[in-house]
Design a protein around this ligand. Structure first.
Ligand SMILES: Nc1ncnc2c1ncn2[C@@H]1O[C@H](COP(=O)(O)OP(=O)(O)OP(=O)(O)O)[C@@H](O)[C@H]1O
Length: 351
């Protein structure tokens, strides 16, 4: 299956053109096309095994596609070895040399390219500065925290002055709090440098936090692409709705002006193309009311309520409707009230 992400955007920095990759019987990529613009923070997001790492490795030149091309600024890179591409990769493991100092780790690749010593020094100093590593220059990798090691790996890639930086799950070894900090730093760094970053992750929160655009992948093809709010607010399929956050799915039959569901009739923002299908609504878009709303109201009873500090999460009967609301007033199990499903918050999914 071939899906072209943002087909209007011809002439972008990096084009992935109908890339197919098989490993024996298994098809890792079934004809993926996408356009990544210059200076964009682009994320390949998807569950384990969907092919995102394989696509990143093909862009890096670490793997050859069976079919298709990788084109950067009009130049076909497909046959070029990895070390001749203006592309650098930061791996999940960081792959630092344990016996070399931070300074020497960053300098290593430049020296092996026989760069003039003065230029090596200039670039390493730049790398240390941009990632705020100056005071760690003499340390060995085991004397660094996970976040600091990750910054060394980034500096080492950036001193090669790549046009495109590839990031393969670079934050997966960090704990949740540090990961959130590093995401912000990474985003800031990308904006400061104006480079194209391509990130691989299975973490949708991470993808949302850092990306200009996200390509959601599913078993070797592109499911949907767009800005974080486009894909979150307007998922096209059930898979996209569920992968990009919590979603309530309601199934029903199309009727004039809306959808017939188990608890009544819902007004929809658009007429579905199908006779029978599903709509999605995010938990935070369901509104709780004391009185019956004018439209799309449902009498509900709180089955379970969880206080999470900044918000409350609750599951309502009937249809196990999941909601997210402010922390006050506290919801009580058994409490009866009204839920409103505003038409503009309902997303008609493709079948
Ligand atoms: N060298 C290989 N030999 C055989 N099969 C492979 C190889 N590399 C990847 N695959 C298969 O290709 C498919 C895609 O793998 P890939 O690593 O690209 O997925 P992924 O989305 O990056 O997953 P993860 O998040 O787990 O790394 C998987 O089914 C995987 O088992």
């Amino acid at each position: 299956m071939t899906v072209v992400a943002d087909a209007k955007q011809v002439g972008g920095t990096l084009s992935v053109e109908r890339v197919v990759k098989r490993f024996g019987e298994a098809t890792a990529l079934g004809g993926v096309s996408l356009e990544i613009k210059a200076g964009e923070f682009f994320t390949l997001l998807g569950p384990s095994g969907c092919g995102k790492t394989t696509l990143l490795r093909i862009i890096a030149g670490l793997e050859l596609p069976d079919q298709g091309r990788i084109v950067l600024l009009g130049k076909d890179l497909t046959g070029l070895p990895a070390n001749q591409r203006p592309v650098n990769t930061v791996f999940q493991s960081y792959a630092l040399f344990p016996h070399l100092s931070v300074y020497e780790n960053i300098a290593f690749g430049l020296r092996s390219r026989r760069m003039a010593p003065a230029e090596v020094e200039r670039r390493v100093k730049y790398g240390l500065e941009i990632l705020q590593l100056e005071k760690f220059a003499a340390r060995l990798p085991h004397q660094l925290s996970g976040g600091q090691k990750q910054r060394v790996a980034l500096a080492r890639a950036l001193v090669n002055e790549p046009q495109v930086l590839l990031l393969d799950e670079p934050m997966s070894a960090l704990d949740a709090k540090l990961r959130a900090e590093v995401q912000i730093q990474l985003r800031r760094l990308q904006q400061q440098l104006g480079l194209t970053f391509i990130l691989v992750t299975h973490d949708q929160d991470e993808a949302m936090a850092v990306s200009d655009r996200i390509a959601l992948m599913r078993v070797g093809h592109l499911e949907q692409s767009g800005t974080p709010d486009e894909v979150y607010e307007h998922p096209r399929t059930r898979f996209a709705a569920e992968f990009l956050g919590a979603a309530n799915l309601l199934r029903g039959k199309r009727v004039p002006g809306g959808l017939e569901v188990s608890f009544g009739r819902l007004i929809l923002p658009q007429t579905p193309a199908w006779e029978e299908g599903s709509v999605a609504i995010r938990p935070e878009r369901v509104q709780l009311r004391d009185t019956e709303p004018r439209q799309n109201g449902l009498r509900v009873r709180v089955r379970e309520a969880v206080y999470r500090g900044a918000y409350q999460e609750a599951w309502l009967e009937p249809c196990d409707l999941r909601i997210r609301t402010g922390p006050h007033p506290a919801l009580r199990v058994g409490q009866e009230l009204w839920a409103e499903l505003p038409p503009q918050a309902l997303v008609v999914l493709e079948e």
